[in-house]
Design a protein around this ligand. Structure first.
Ligand code: ZN
Ligand code: ZN
Length: 217
């Protein structure tokens, strides 16, 4: 939102990632005000990522060049970001591979997570019994219901952005069809939602219900 100053108070988050269209390293910024912006660089004047390949793919060549030039002329009316928050990003950004303290997050009854994070691991596809750690039996099949006939991909997701020291690690499964529809690859920044799924007496498993790459659209 133009006009407001964004930072810790509005839950600002900044993630290093790569633009899907041009391959350039960019920073994805989001906050509770509804900001969803890609920056080329951290810090003032916060240059927004203007991507010619993306514009061409979306609007065609002529219109793309026009938009690209128009944007360059109006650089300056930018999003305002708190200096203190910016300082933290710049310090952390100098060492982007610095270890986050990653805390393993296990599913508990009724838990649900909606987050942005990095897709870190992708495992081989497996059937529902293996995915949910169940013996193959008519009872398991009944308990699995509509989940029984699908195949699943084990995934690990890491949360934690440049502005924070800590992150979470979530290991779970996603149905193979949704996974391939997402086109997500290892290392991608993704928006995801998880629910704790399980049957009485067995351990709970994170079931990923939504996985979408974060990129220009
Ligand atoms: Zn904000
Ligand atoms: Zn780009």
């Amino acid at each position: 939102m133009v006009g407001a100053i964004h930072g810790w108070w509005c839950n600002a988050r900044t993630y290093p990632t790569v633009c899907h269209y041009c391959g350039q390293r960019v920073f994805y910024f989001s906050c509770d005000c509804g900001c969803k912006v890609f920056f080329d660089e951290l810090g003032p004047p916060w240059p927004q990522h203007m991507c010619l390949p993306y514009l061409e793919a979306t609007y065609g060549h002529t219109q793309a060049v026009h938009l690209f030039e128009a944007h360059r002329l109006r650089l300056g009316e930018e999003i305002s970001i708190e200096p203190e928050y910016t300082q933290t990003l710049l310090e952390h950004g100098r060492n982007p591979s610095r270890p986050h303290r990653l805390v393993r997050q296990d599913p508990t009854e009724g838990s649900r997570v909606q987050e942005i994070g990095y897709l870190r691991e992708i495992g081989p596809s497996q059937d529902a019994y293996k995915a949910f750690d169940l013996l193959r039996s008519p009872i398991s099949r009944a308990l699995l219901g509509s989940l029984a006939d699908r195949r699943y991909i084990p995934i690990t997701l890491h949360t934690g952005d440049l502005s924070r020291e800590d992150g979470g690690s979530y290991t779970g499964v996603i149905d193979a069809e949704s996974f391939s529809a997402s086109k997500a690859r290892r290392g991608d920044l993704v928006r995801f939602s998880l629910i704790a799924w399980g049957i009485p007496g067995r351990s709970l498993v994170w079931l990923c219900q939504r996985l979408a790459r974060v990129g220009l659209r």
